[in-house]
Each structure stands twice: as structure tokens, then as C-alpha cells.
Write a protein that binds this ligand. Structure first.
Ligand code: FAD
Length: 502
């Protein structure tokens, strides 16, 4: 597997006179397109203003799924497509994917029949049953698996299987696989404007945060793959652009694994706002979420609101009987769904499907979608370029293209011993374009998401090691550590005025 060497990438970025494709945004959407384009023989450049998967793509519920709840809304085609793509990710990136059992507890017998029929349909749509059979659980079986859930009045349940994956792991593997196909990918480099000749986009201006350098880049096609931030790039194209996206925030709370022992996840099918709530075992912890809060503005650092934290805690305690308190929260993280605006105001009803379009000046916008369907979004984007005669090429068939060969190295826990930590830092810098403390503690390891206090405590040591690996000053290390510690406070619930973290 190719390594990611930022200096070599920057050299190639300066050398190339005209790129076929310049992709803005290094999340699931952009990285998927980079792999598709480079595999199709196009000279491909991807520019990410922060770090790969810094945006929504590191903040998912970690599910590779068709979306059971969309069946209830009759979105059969959406579910079928996602189930097909779920199987493809398993085939192409098996090392990042595993089968996950989900239990749906029910308090009424008819609900078991109702959800059972839905899951039968889900199994039928997924074709071959690669992931495991759906089974009904009687009261005793449910109690054995989740005694506290049974104590909350659940009388039976259903158990089905779906996919769980490592979102950041897959993002980094996609970056490496794209590089192996010849793509150039650069992080910590922002697109600051779109360049035009006679009204048509001919390239972009980028600012490299590391060298402090600004450069003009020429490209035949510029693709806006900025997820929830996409409207800001559209405004670089047309200052009068009206938002096409309705960002919706979803949060997750992370707890120690022993609060919900066992391998199965739980799906609560109806919360007070009509959504589903997941409690999923993840990297030795339990992830509980999520919410759906419509936002007027997007920021690079979405932060969980107090009412969202209360909502998730309240539902977890009410339905799962976990007796959780704010002080038990190890980390809380928020992400922004790039939902395409619909006619209804409720974001839970807005489309999870994707769309590809082109502005009059030639900017290609890829919107919506979800992690599970990243490959299909990329395939559709390239097909769109062909249809629009924006480029001429033979598209690669990536349905069976391997992204990684499993099994993958264990990134579960941050090394505690100095020598091992230094080796991990050196490797992340030389092979995975890790620059900042956040890159390392949030995405090369998931410490910030798993245990924010541990991340805060580790920051000074990691900053020093990073500065040595990069040849940066001691002052840089000090600044980096304190900036990261400030950021990490956002991953901890705030103190309550009435008492500490009640
Ligand atoms: C709470 C939550 C849970 C979810 N759970 C799941 C799940 O379990 N399964 C699933 O399949 N999907 C899930 N999703 C959906 C999925 O995570 C997203 O659809 C997907 O990650 C979006 O990827 P993206 O690349 O479009 O956006 P992002 O990941 O946000 O990437 C956009 C990138 O563009 C960059 N950028 C912005 N402006 C510029 C600029 N000017 N120059 C350069 N770069 C720029 C940003 O830094 C960012 O990295 C979930 C979403 C949320 C919010």
C-alpha cells in the first residue's frame, strides 16, 4: 500500500501544468471521487483545507447500512442501492468492516411483527445473507442479552445484522489507494478562490497552511466535494448563490464499554423526535446517538448543544436503563449531515440521496449521500462528466477494486510507552501526512473521540514528538498543544451551574 508523503505530493502539485480534475474536499465524497478518477487514468488532484476526514466523515455512527428506517418511509431504491454498496465496501476494504448484530427491543407484541416484516424485507433486498440472519428474541432471550433494557418494559425483540466500519481508517486507505493510482492529495491546504477565464472555471487558488504559500492551479474540471461546506464553495463561484444544503447536526456520546456489555448494538426505533437511536460498541467503548438538529450556519468545529446531550442521555436512560450521568461521558462529538434542501422543514425527512450538477461556469457540485454510498457517488460523478462531455476518458469499473487488503494494524489505543508513542508519531508523519496534534489524536488514533480527557493529557508529549519529526520549533509544539487542548474542551460536556456534570 502506497504511503502518503506530503513533500513529494507538494512537489508534484507544483510540477503539473494542467490537471484533468481538481477535487475540493477530502472527506468520503472527495476521496471516493479521487480514487474513481485516478483509476480512470485522469490526472487527479485533491485539496483538503484541514485534514482528510476532518469534517463529517470522521463523525459518523460507523454504520455501513441500507438504513432500516428508510424502509418505513418507502425509500426502497435508496435502501437497495446502499445495501449493494455495503457489500462492495466489505469486499473492497474488508479490513475496515465487520458484521454487527443489532437488537431492536419492543414493548408491544404487534411491534415485533411489524419490525419483523420490515427486517424480512431488508434481508430480501440485500440479496445474499452475508451478514447474518434476522431472528426473533423472546422475553428470556432479550433479558439474557440486555437485562437493563428488559427492565425498562421491553417484552421481546428482533436481532438483525448490518455493517460497522472504521470511517477514518477507510478515508485514509482511500487516500493511499488514490495515491497508488497516481492521484496527488494534499491536506492543510485550502481552496480560497475559483479562477475563471471568460466566465468559465479554469482552476483554483490554494493556500498551503504549512508553507504559508499561495498558488494558482489549472484544471479542466473543478469538483466541489465539500459536503456540508459545499455552499461556501458555490459562493466563490457565484456570490449570489442561495444555499442548496440544509445542514443538520448529529451528536454522539461515548461511554466506557462496560456500561453496555456484550457484542450486540441496540436500535431504539422511535425517539421523541421520531428518529432512531443507536447504542453501538465501538473500539472498546459504546457510542450512543444521534440527534437531528437543523442549523442555519456551518462551522468547521461543530459542537454538541447542551439540549442535544440531555436528549441522548435521557433516551439512553429511558430505553436502555443505563443510569448514565454526564460525568460518565468520555467524549461527545458532533457532525453535520450534508442534506439537500427539500420542501419540508424537518431535516429527518430530507433526502439522504445524492445529486451531481454543474453551474453555468462549469463548477461540478456533488451533494448529499452517506458514507456507505461514497463509491456510487463517485461513479455517478464520473458518469456525469462523460455525459456533459467535460472530459473524455474510459471510466474504470471500481465495483471490485480493492482499497485495502486486511487485516489492518491495531489503532485501538494510544501507546502509553514513550518509545512506542514516538514510533507511532514518526510513522503517522512519514506515511500518513499527519501534521498537527489533532491529526494524530483525533484521526491517526481516535483518542479525542474515545476519551477527550486522555487526549488533553497526551497533547504536550505528542506535540513535542511531532515538532521533532517535522523539524518545527519548541514554540510551535507549545502553541499546538494549547490550541488542541482548547479544542478538546468542546468534546467534553460543560459543567452545570447547579452542580458538577450532573
Ligand atoms: C451524526 C452523523 C452520523 C452519520 N452516520 C453515518 C453512518 O453511520 N453511515 C453512513 O453511511 N453515513 C453516515 N453519515 C453520513 C456521512 O458521514 C456523510 O454523508 C459523509 O461523511 C459526508 O462526507 P463528505 O465528504 O461529503 O463531507 P465531509 O466529510 O464534511 O468532507 C468535506 C471536506 O471538505 C473540506 N473543505 C471545505 N471547504 C474547503 C475548501 N475551501 N478547500 C478545501 N477543502 C475544503 C472540509 O475540511 C471537509 O474535510 C452520518 C452523518 C452524521 C452527521
Amino acid at each position: 500500500m502506497m504511503t502518503l508523503d506530503r513533500n513529494a505530493m507538494m512537489d508534484r502539485l507544483r510540477e503539473e501544468v494542467l490537471w484533468d480534475v481538481c477535487i475540493i474536499g477530502g472527506g468520503a465524497t472527495g476521496l471516493g471521487i479521487a480514487f474513481e478518477a485516478a483509476s480512470s487514468g485522469l490526472t487527479t488532484l485533491l485539496i483538503e483545507r484541514d485534514d482528510f476526514a476532518k469534517g463529517t466523515s470522521s463523525r459518523s455512527t460507523k454504520l455501513l447500512h441500507g438504513g432500516v428506517r428508510y424502509l418505513e418511509q418507502g425509500k426502497i431504491a435508496l435502501v437497495k442501492e446502499a445495501l449493494r454498496e455495503r457489500d462492495r465496501v466489505l469486499h473492497n476494504a474488508a479490513g475496515h468492516v465487520q458484521s454487527q448484530g443489532f437488537v431492536i427491543p419492543v414493548k408491544r407484541r404487534w411491534r415485533q411483527v411489524y419490525y419483523g416484516l420490515g427486517l424480512l424485507c431488508y434481508d430480501l433486498l440485500s440479496g445474499r445473507r452475508k451478514w447474518g440472519r434476522t431472528t426473533a428474541l423472546n422475553a428470556a432471550e432479550l433479558r439474557l442479552k440486555f437485562p437493563k433494557v428488559a427492565d425498562q418494559g421491553a417484552i421481546a425483540g428482533l436481532r438483525y445484522s448490518d455493517g460497522k466500519f472504521d470511517d477514518v481508517g477507510l478515508a485514509l486507505s482511500l487516500a493511499k489507494a488514490s495515491a497508488a493510482q497516481g492521484a496527488v492529495l494534499v491536506n492543510h491546504c485550502a481552496v480560497t478562490s475559483l479562477n475563471k477565464t471568460t466566465g468559465q472555471i479554469t482552476g483554483v487558488t490554494v493556500h498551503d497552511d504549512i508553507a504559508g504559500e499561495t498558488m494558482d492551479i489549472n484544471a479542466k474540471v473543478v469538483i466541489n466535494a465539500c459536503g456540508p461546506f459545499g455552499d461556501s464553495v458555490c459562493r466563490m463561484d457565484d456570490p449570489q448563490h442561495e444555499n442548496r444544503l440544509q445542514p443538520s447536526q448529529g451528536i454522539h456520546l461515548v461511554f466506557d464499554g462496560d456500561v453496555m456489555p456484550g457484542d450486540d448494538a441496540v436500535l431504539i426505533p422511535k425517539t421523541d423526535d421520531g428518529r432512531v437511536l443507536f447504542a453501538v460498541p465501538w473500539m472498546g467503548k459504546v457510542l450512543i446517538g444521534t440527534t437531528d438538529t437543523a442549523l442555519d450556519e456551518v462551522t468547521a468545529e461543530p459542537t454538541a448543544r447542551e439540549d442535544e446531550i440531555d436528549f441522548v442521555l435521557d433516551h439512553a436512560n429511558r430505553h436502555l436503563g443505563l443510569g448514565l450521568k454526564r460525568a460518565d461521558i468520555r467524549s461527545v462529538f458532533a457532525g453535520l449531515r450534508p442534506l439537500i434542501k427539500g420542501r419540508r422543514d424537518e431535516t429527518a425527512d430530507l433526502s439522504r440521496s445524492h445529486e451531481v450538477s454543474m453551474s453555468p461556469s462549469g463548477l461540478v457540485n456533488v451533494r448529499g449521500g452517506k458514507w456507505t454510498t461514497y463509491r456510487k457517488m463517485a461513479e455517478d460523478t464520473l458518469a456525469f462528466l462523460l455525459r456533459k462531455k467535460a472530459l473524455s476518458f474510459t471510466p474504470a469499473d471500481t465495483r471490485y477494486s480493492r482499497i485495502v487488503e486486511g487485516p489492518l494494524p491495531d489503532r485501538l489505543s494510544l501507546p502509553t510507552e514513550e518509545k512506542a508513542l514516538r514510533a507511532a508519531v514518526t510513522k503517522a508523519v512519514s506515511q500518513e501526512m499527519c501534521i498537527t496534534v489533532e491529526d494524530f489524536l483525533a484521526r491517526r488514533f481516535r483518542t479525542l473521540f474515545l476519551d477527550a480527557r486522555l487526549a488533553i493529557a497526551s497533547a504536550p508529549q505528542v506535540a513535542t514528538m511531532l515538532s521533532e519529526a517535522h523539524g518545527f520549533s519548541a514554540e510551535w509544539a507549545q502553541n499546538e498543544a494549547s490550541q488542541f487542548q482548547k479544542l478538546a474542551q468542546r468534546y467534553l460536556p460543560q459543567e452545570r451551574k447547579s452542580g458538577y456534570l450532573e
